[in-house]
Ligand binder design. Structure first.
Ligand code: HEC
Length: 472
């Protein structure tokens, strides 16, 4: 394993920090993609004379919103890196090793997006219609293009497919869930842009109500693709590995709840859009549009949470566990220890009354802290509060059987015992003095349980035949 410094955030799970930044970013960035396409459409309506008031919209502040969103998108994009290299540096390392040049490609698209977007924003009033249109087409193409490439890397994490065998970069990018995920994200982009446009149109003071209604009706076309969402969703689920699918369809209550919430919000938006805006040509007022936009934010958040969560226990399926341990390294760490070669010491060493407890805290940090805290969110002390020491030993040794979305324990029996003692010590309120003796008997029991548990995750076996995944 390659070791990196580990940051802990007290009672907050690191994953939550990541999720917070990522969700904001995805929302803004997808809006920026759809916004570009919407501007293209309106520029076209205006310049071909099909609907002259479209120009008012182009000159209004929707374009400013697109501009703000890609600036904030860039800021939060960098923030994602900041968060990700703290939460999952080994994941980023593996991404860099495999997709270095894909990122270079994505970056060139991004440059093109920023340049054309800014030029349009700044100069379009001085440009001819045609020139403005060209800039918008470049902007839309480039922003969608950067979505295209990054989507490849994100979907690879969940469904690496034959890449697990070939390690070919294109097998990784065009993995089983690449296309459904790209189509899905494109539809979401259009939807977010349309909803934001409805809010903006309501705020345009210089146009009459009739023109506003007509603008909203035109914008409504961007909500039409939502009708395909259920199908695309099913397609995506079908490409998901069986166990991940089972988490979101009942296996994990939290994930299922988020998934249902996300679907319900999307259905609500979709139904309102199709029936109200498109068929009945209703006028959506500012309040309703804002509400729908909030629902869309909720749906995006739920969707991203589910996508991230359903990879458990992996961050890169079939290769790397969420705690940064490579699948193939579990056996090695069982023999040599997870803390043995870690150059980053545990902070405030002196607070631990015995070396066992220090080992335990260190083991917790290496193997558990990516998904748990000690006594905050998903806190271990709370989760084991009713267990006696032997139950703790058994259930941690067989971690992947205790809950199939946890990876197998990757450390020595001494480290596991230290972890158990550490949790007991925390449960007792971290007394200053605590003598720990570790009877050899307990270690033998743990070793036996570790052997019984095996070094493989519970879930991957039954889903190897799924999604084009091939056994290694
Ligand atoms: C991939 C993320 C992940 C990692 C790594 C992880 N866990 Fe968990 N663990 C979870 C999740 C999610 C739950 C479910 C929490 C719940 O049910 O509320 C859980 C539940 C538990 C439970 C409660 C089980 C039960 O049956 O109630 C214990 C105990 C536990 N984990 C211990 C550990 C220990 C010890 C480690 C480190 C050696 C660890 N976990 C590593 C994600 C993880």
């Amino acid at each position: 394993m390659d070791f990196y410094p580990v940051n802990e955030y007290g009672p907050i799970m690191p994953g939550l920090i990541m999720a917070g930044v990522a969700i904001t970013h995805v929302f803004l960035a997808q809006f920026a993609v759809g916004g570009g396409m919407l501007l293209c459409y309106f520029q076209w309506l205006g310049m071909t004379g099909k609907f002259a008031p479209a120009r008012t919209f182009i000159h209004g502040y929707f374009k400013a919103l697109v501009m703000v969103s890609f600036v904030l998108g860039a800021l939060t994009g960098v923030a994602i890196w900041m968060a990700a290299i703290q939460v999952g540096p080994q994941t980023i390392q593996m991404m860099i090793q495999n997709f270095h040049w894909v990122w270079a490609i994505e970056w060139t698209f991004f440059c093109l997006e920023i340049t054309s977007g800014y030029c349009f924003y700044r100069y379009h009033e001085r440009l001819t219609d045609r020139e403005g249109m060209i800039l918008l087409v470049i902007y839309s193409f480039a922003s969608w293009g950067s979505l295209f490439w990054i989507n490849g890397i994100l979907s690879w994490q969940l469904t690496p497919g034959v890449w697990l065998v070939t390690e070919n970069v294109w097998d990784g990018i065009f993995n089983p869930s690449f296309w459904p995920s790209l189509v899905f994200r494109t539809i979401v982009s259009l939807c977010l842009a349309a909803l934001a446009a409805c809010v903006v149109i309501n705020l345009m003071p210089s146009v009459t109500r009739a023109v506003q209604a007509e603008l909203i009706h035109r914008v409504g076309k961007f909500l039409l693709p939502m009708a395909a969402m259920p199908l695309v969703g099913i397609w995506y689920l079908a490409e998901m590995p069986a166990d991940s699918r089972s988490w979101v369809t009942g296996g994990s209550p939290a994930m299922t709840l988020f998934m249902m919430g996300s679907i319900a919000a999307s259905l609500a938006i979709g139904a309102y859009a199709l029936i109200g805006i498109v068929y009945q040509k209703l006028f959506i007022n500012g309040a309703t549009a804002t509400l729908l936009l909030f629902l869309a934010f909720g749906a995006t958040a739920g969707g991203e949470f589910v996508r991230e969560g359903s990879r458990k226990p992996f961050t890169i399926r079939g290769r790397l566990y969420s705690n940064g341990v490579k699948m193939k390294d579990v056996i090695r760490f069982r023999r040599y220890g997870i803390t043995t070669y870690d150059p980053y010491p545990v902070r405030r060493k002196k607070e631990f009354p015995s070396p066992h407890l220090l080992t335990g805290a260190w083991t917790y940090r290496s193997l558990c802290s990516s998904c748990h805290t000690v006594d905050g969110m998903n806190g271990l002390v709370h989760l084991v509060s009713t267990w006696d020491p032997d139950q703790m030993r058994l259930n941690i040794a067989k971690l992947q059987q205790t809950k199939p979305f946890m990876p197998p324990f990757a450390g020595r029996a001494e480290e596991l015992e230290g972890l158990v003692q550490f949790l007991l010590w925390c449960r007792e309120g971290r007394p200053e003095k605590r003598d720990v003796e570790v009877p050899e008997q307990d270690l033998i029991k743990i070793r036996l349980w570790l052997i019984e548990a095996g070094s493989k995750p519970t879930t991957i076996g039954d889903s190897l035949t799924n999604s084009g995944e091939v056994p290694r």
